[in-house]
Design a protein around this ligand. Sequence first.
Ligand SMILES: *Cc1c(COP(=O)(O)O)cnc(C)c1O
Length: 414
Amino acid sequence: MGAFTLVCLSCGREHEEFRMRCQDGCDALLRARYAARSFRPAAAESLFKFSDWLPCQGSVETGIGPVVYECGALGRKLGLERLYAAFNGYWPERGAYNSTGTFKDLEALPTVLAFREHGKRRILLSSAGNTARAFAHAVQVVDGFEVILVVPEGMLHRLWLPGGDRTGQVKLVAVQGSQDYYEAITLGDEIARRYGLDVEGGARNVARRDGMGTVMLEAARLLGRLPDHYVQAVGSGTGGIAVYEAALRLRQDSRFEDQPLPRLHLGQNAPFLPIHHAWTNGQRIDPERCKGVSEQVYASVLANRNPPFGMAGGVAEALRESRGATYAVETPEAEEAARSFERLEGIDLEPAAAVAVAVLRQAVEAGAIRRDELVLLNLTGGGLERIRRDFDCVPLEPVLRAAPGSVEEVASIL
Ligand SMILES: *Cc1c(COP(=O)(O)O)cnc(C)c1O
């Protein structure tokens, strides 16, 4: 169970140990090659039913896992006969128990387990909010592991946990005066370099990708085939890469081998559109160009200024191989989609998930998705209002507020 090597998608070198980059210094992503070739989900309720294809051996008691259901009301409204949604939030009536309300919960648990199994005791993570919350929760359920979170001060309101930090395993560093994810990454990287800490790795981390990939595995388990289309709102595009890789893995099983890869329909929230511009006009991704734009968007978790686009195994490859497309969604469209979804299906959506609903509508109107095709819509977050109602959500307090560029102060908390 869970035996794997990590293959460099550029030079093909295989690595036995859990790492983020090829030992030969290639820029390509690494991809897990699992010993298990056929698709055999276990009986577990959580994401650990897919342990064969996760880069960790262990598991923990958890309700976290992908939930796929037939999204009938929205499907009828859009004229789609076979619309399925992956609801990756908190919605007990549907069996969705992601503790912090987004699909980042699917990434955090396998990551923490994989690091711990490789002898690590802590990692550093820079995040705009949802990822930080998910990792803060993961270390509540995985013993003996600590996470140092570097978060823009302006995003601190997103840092809370149902029941709070009960274990003291979260160390939160706020980047003073900052709203911006990229500044947190810059400071986080400096801290990691200076003090020799392991960083969590983002899109380069196969545990994050294969954790998210369980969304495609759950759809295949439920539907017995690959969907024709996959729809998601993206910031880094890691979710798109992850489901593409999961589909490749499923096609190694004879039950799925003849099926086309699901076409990726990836959307961003205008005016923050680096992936959309890179894909449609070939515009180079430049983290400096979108500076300051992140404050203007409704779905601010999508404002990633440095997505893993062009390297082997990156977003461009997933789009190309799946004959995919990208979309720009205006904020009023997304807000309308959020209201309409809540009215039709009865649960609140995280803004990014509302962007995905708007992407689906655009794709249907453009004729890119036909009414009889099988569609998997990834609702990457939702039920946050429900979480606040059902739990005592305690804010996480920073142990340190550090100015951008000031890594010295951090020594005191390590
Ligand atoms: C992180 C996040 C996204 C974007 O995911 P990527 O695949 O990493 O681009 C979308 N929705 C929500 C709710 C998120 O937290």
